[in-house]
Design a protein around this ligand. Structure first.
Ligand SMILES: Nc1ncnc2c1ncn2[C@@H]1O[C@H](COP(=O)(O)OP(=O)(O)OP(=O)(O)O)[C@@H](O)[C@H]1O
Ligand SMILES: [Mg+2]
Length: 492
């Protein structure tokens, strides 16, 4: 066995995040790790990589006990990791970030920048990653950040590579590159531990799967011997996905954007009409400008050209504040960057965009505030110690739910959703879909961007295709297959 754990347990604030985990990984296998949001996957990985220390239990490496108390211990053992949330220093450029935590090469008593640059560039080339290494991390998009972290992980010799939801913010092209890297590593005998909520990735990649449920081991299976429902059954108590009924009565146009072009040139011509009562999906291949279009309409990204009308009223200046004031929210994919403040409590985050609603003559009504936030948190089943817990302490998927709850608080007319279910488990994903459908049925318009084509086909009434920064055809989502949509994306 390459790695084995015996009875690993870990508590936070007196609550078990992990309990008695006996886990093993063989040399050269791709091992999936699944479980609901908050099941303990990331905590387990942090224990294997020296970020957290287990309260109890042992780690064995090739049948010998090892001590992993720091990330560097873990790397020396032969374990490399890509964590769920980007671990990059915003003001450092690509090279500096890749060398984070490693020794810098030195020549004549000075840091040898050229050697560093050459080494990182060679690795990027080898991995077929096209990235400007001089850019600072805060100038990179989420997928570019993930690419940078892949390069960093691959700089060292590694026997076990751990990936904690690596594809959550990747486009299809980058996902394929990543899968190719994984398969190559496997051939070389490297073991992979792969955490994901995307079942199709588990079935495509893994040899075996371990399932966590509420911090405990719920099963270990050969992937070939189980199907999706079987896996979900081991993750969760009694749950069946149900097809949401669409009523889809198209009402008046609530959002109308015409000829939108962004200053940076990514969006060239975006045209959207979203009606009351509908979920309008936007789909396009990676780099087609979906996120950028939403950000431009919302006022987050500077606009060069075009008009935005909300409820028939033309917006004279676009800004997130103006959008919120006029009833339009953006639920963004980059929760750490834009949508959530980790050091604030869950409650404060949920209330962030509507704090003035609770003040009367300058005094905050704390009681009402608390119950409203609690209600939203309960509706989304946020797994937390309490509403006053710091948001940063939540599991990745539960943080995403906080972002969602915050958007719901403003009771918007128009929801712009950009990958709102990334990192969210299967069950919550269905809950979020249901909630959005309910909002649509109540008269809101929902614009829904996802890089997951199946998800778009599941939720959308109509699908707007984007490519090369332009919106193209619009497809009615009736008896559509994924091939129909893809064919449309590739059509010139
Ligand atoms: N630093 C921390 N302080 C307090 N509680 C924590 C901390 N880190 C994790 N937890 C708690 O431990 C539990 C397990 O979280 P973990 O992040 O391991 O879940 P996960 O399986 O990775 O979930 P997800 O799919 O959402 O990423 C959660 O209830 C979480 O709130
Ligand atoms: Mg996690």
């Amino acid at each position: 066995m390459l790695l084995r754990t015996e009875n690993i347990s870990k508590q936070f604030n007196g609550i078990y995040a992990l309990k008695d985990i006996n886990f093993e990984i063989r040399p050269g296998e791709i091992h999936g790790l699944v479980g609901e949001n908050g099941a303990g996957k990331s905590t387990f990985i942090k224990i294997l990589t020296g970020v957290h220390r287990a309260d109890e239990g042992k780690i064995l490496w090739e049948d010998q006990p090892v001590v992993i108390h720091t990330p560097s211990d873990s790397r020396k053992t032969g374990i490399n990791v890509i964590h769920q949330d980007h671990v990059l220093i915003p003001s450092f450029n690509g090279i500096e970030n890749v060398y984070l935590g490693s020794e810098y090469p030195v020549k004549n008593g000075k840091v040898d920048w050229k050697a560093m640059y050459d080494a990182v560039e060679a690795k990027a080339k080898e991995l077929r990653m096209d990235l400007d290494l001089q850019k600072t991390a805060d100038e990179l998009t989420p997928p570019q950040k993930t690419c940078l972290e892949i390069i960093r992980a691959m700089m060292h010799e590694c026997r076990l590579l751990i990936l904690d939801e690596p594809t959550a913010s990747l486009t299809e092209k980058e996902t394929e590159i990543l899968f190719a890297i994984i398969e190559k590593l496997k051939k070389q005998g490297t073991s992979i531990l792969y955490v994901t909520h995307r079942m199709e990735e588990i079935f495509r990649l893994s040899d075996r799967v371990t399932i966590f449920k509420n911090g405990e081991l719920s099963g270990v299976v050969n992937t070939a011997e189980i199907d999706k429902d079987g896996l979900i059954g081991l993750m969760t108590d009694q749950w069946k996905s149900e097809k949401i009924k669409r009523e889809s009565t198209q009402g008046e146009v609530l959002l109308e954007a015409e000829h939108i072009a962004s200053k940076d040139g990514v969006v060239k011509s975006g045209n959207i009409q979203a009606h009351a009562g509908e979920i309008l999906g936007i789909y396009g291949l990676g780099g087609s400008g979906r996120t950028e279009l939403l950000e431009t309409i919302y006022g987050y990204r500077p606009i060069k050209d075009g008009t935005v009308k909300i409820g028939g009223k033309q917006m004279t200046s676009l800004s997130p504040q103006n959008s919120i004031r006029n009833g339009m929210v953006l639920i963004s994919e980059d929760r750490r960057g834009k949508a959530m403040i980790g050091s604030l409590s869950i409650k404060e985050n949920i209330l962030l965009s509507c704090i003035d609603r609770y003040s009367r003559h300058g005094v905050l009504d704390h009681k009402k505030e608390g119950t409203d936030a609690q209600e939203k948190a309960d509706a989304l089943q946020i797994k937390m110690a309490g509403i006053n817990q710091r948001a940063i302490e939540l599991s990745g998927g539960n943080q995403q739910k906080v972002v969602f709850a915050k958007a719901m608080m403003t009771n918007p007319l128009i929801y712009l959703c950009d990958e709102p279910t990334q990192a969210v488990d299967v069950k919550t994903r269905a809950e979020i879909h249901k909630l959005l459908r309910k909002k649509a049925d109540e008269g809101s318009a929902v614009v829904y961007v996802s890089s997951d084509l199946k998800e778009i086909l599941e939720v959308a009434d109509r699908i707007l295709i984007m490519s090369g920064g332009c919106t193209k055809e619009i497809l009615e989502n009736q008896d559509l297959s994924s091939n129909d949509v893809l064919a449309c994306c590739y059509r010139e």
